[in-house]
Design a protein around this ligand. Structure first.
Ligand code: HEM
Length: 447
């Protein structure tokens, strides 16, 4: 059977000129790469006085993210884009601040603790799916639906249900934030930070709103006068011990909240899009879920017994990695193969390109979960699949995200099939995360 082509961004015949490159970057970071960038291990770009190197090989990814991670910080552009909302949280902080924060937050993501959250994940999903009963057959936006589910889950598991009102406000703010914020041309010509960029003021206003919302959330929790075993409780205890400041707790809440719900929602949205294109994959997945669960609710203990679901999730993240590009700023000079990396250049490690590099993945643009079977995974370079990054800055929530994705997927498919509205256009666009430009129009049908 000939597989229908999957949604992909335009591929220009060659790298655009610097000005066009910058314009394209403002719209979507993945629409600038010509065919050659998908197979070359490194692509070098010069924009004015700035140099950018795009690493597209497992060895270079490992070098930048792990072996020589000490030579790299997040880029000033990424920090400028994220700081109004996330301040100095885990995604943006560096060095000692980052290390301290990571030590404080990490216990929340220990495997035993994640497994204990399985019931809440399934329960939140089931609660949301009650909305679909009335919708049957009517089109809706699937990315919004998945974001509503993952928002419910992050709220309940990290901030307990008493914070629902605040987390809905934070989610709406962050969605608006991502829509208005774009890298500015000024960022690439080395203009100083004090020169105003478009969207900066609006971003700061959203940052102020977030500060107020989070303050309300903390007041409400403190007023309860009881300890809760969730992330908010963990962070407040760190404040009480003097390990975190009031500003830092605000930044960490905004960070885990932002990093922790849209990425998983996008993974699930793209996954349903892919299942719609390949009914035989869906059939096999449904058979696995029905056999293992026999209609009872899924639990964290089922995850190892649903290996095909995990393969489908991995393949969805290979084709549509929610974190499409990791950008780094070289503190000192470095060397990637034959290419000298001068100090202060930008190095991009691109899951988008690495996951579609034909030297690493045969027939890279096709959806084939079997690639992740144990037999076919054997011998594959570890760093050819990096949806969660690598090295010290690897995603702290990776284990949580996988548990969540498997349980949400199984819970939905136990009762529902999701179908895409055929004529609706689908195109990936790389903002902070990889999103479908026009959303995903879908219908849900009871099985
Ligand atoms: C499919 C879902 C997810 C994907 C694809 C993803 C991907 C990533 C990637 C690639 C990074 C590294 C960024 C870099 O090196 O520049 C990262 C960092 C991070 N992620 Fe995730 N993530 C996901 C879900 C989550 C969840 C559910 C949480 C929390 C509940 C979370 C929390 C974090 C945090 C706190 C960091 C910063 C870690 C640090 O720098 O120490 N992520 N994520």
């Amino acid at each position: 059977m000939i597989e229908p082509a999957l949604a992909s961004p335009p591929r220009p015949p060659r790298l655009p000129s610097p000005l066009k490159f910058l314009r394209a970057l403002q719209d979507s970071f993945i629409s600038v790469w010509p065919d050659a960038a998908y197979s070359n291990p490194i692509t070098a770009i010069r924009i004015g006085t700035r140099r950018m190197f795009v690493a597209n090989s497992p060895a270079f990814a490992k070098h930048v993210l792990l072996d020589n991670a000490g030579n790299y910080h997040k880029t000033p552009v990424a920090r400028r884009l994220l700081a109004p909302a996330l301040g100095q949280g885990l995604l943006t902080a560096e060095d000692d601040t980052w290390k301290r924060h990571r030590q404080i937050v990490a216990p929340m993501f220990a495997p035993r603790r994640i497994a204990a959250l399985g019931e809440a994940i399934v329960d939140e999903t089931t609660r949301y799916l009650a909305h679909w009963q009335g919708l049957e057959g009517a089109p809706f936006d699937l990315t919004e639906a998945m974001a509503a589910i993952t928002l419910g889950i992050i709220t309940r598991t990290m901030f307990s249900a008493d914070s629902q009102e605040e987390t809905a406000t934070i989610a709406a703010d962050m969605d608006r934030y991502q829509r208005i914020l774009r890298p500015s041309l000024l960022d690439f010509i080395g203009a100083p930070d004090w020169l105003p960029r478009p969207g900066t003021r609006a971003a700061q206003r959203i940052g102020d709103d977030l500060t107020e919302t989070i303050a309300r959330m903390i007041v409400r929790r403190r007023a309860l006068g009881e300890d809760r075993d969730d992330l908010l409780g963990l962070l407040l205890a760190a404040v009480d011990r003097g390990d975190l400041t009031a500003r830092e707790i605000r930044d960490e809440i905004a960070t885990v909240f932002t990093a922790g719900h849209e990425t998983t929602a996008m993974t699930l949205g793209w996954l349903f899009y892919l299942l719609d294109r390949r009914p035989e994959v869906e059939t096999r997945l449904l058979a696995e879920i029905d056999t293992v669960l026999e209609r009872r609710p899924a639990t964290a203990a089922d995850i190892d017994r649903l290996p095909y679901a995990r393969m489908v999730i991995d393949e969805a993240m290979r084709l549509y990695p929610p974190a499409h590009s990791m950008t780094r700023f070289a503190l000192g000079p470095d060397q990637l193969g034959d290419v000298a990396i001068p100090a202060h250049s930008v190095v991009v490690v691109s899951p988008w390109l690495i996951h579609r590099n034909p030297a690493l993945w045969p027939d890279p643009d096709s959806f084939d979960p079997e690639r992740f079977s144990p037999a076919r995974s054997e011998g594959r370079a570890r760093y050819s699949f990096i949806p969660f990054g690598a090295g010290p800055r690897i995603c702290l929530g990776a284990g949580f995200a996988i548990t969540e994705a498997v349980l949400v997927l199984a819970t939905i498919l136990q009762h529902w099939r999701v179908r895409m509205v055929p004529e609706h256009p689908v195109e990936p666009i790389a903002l902070i995360t990889l999103r479908p430009r026009y959303g995903l129009r879908a219908t849900a049908l009871l099985r």
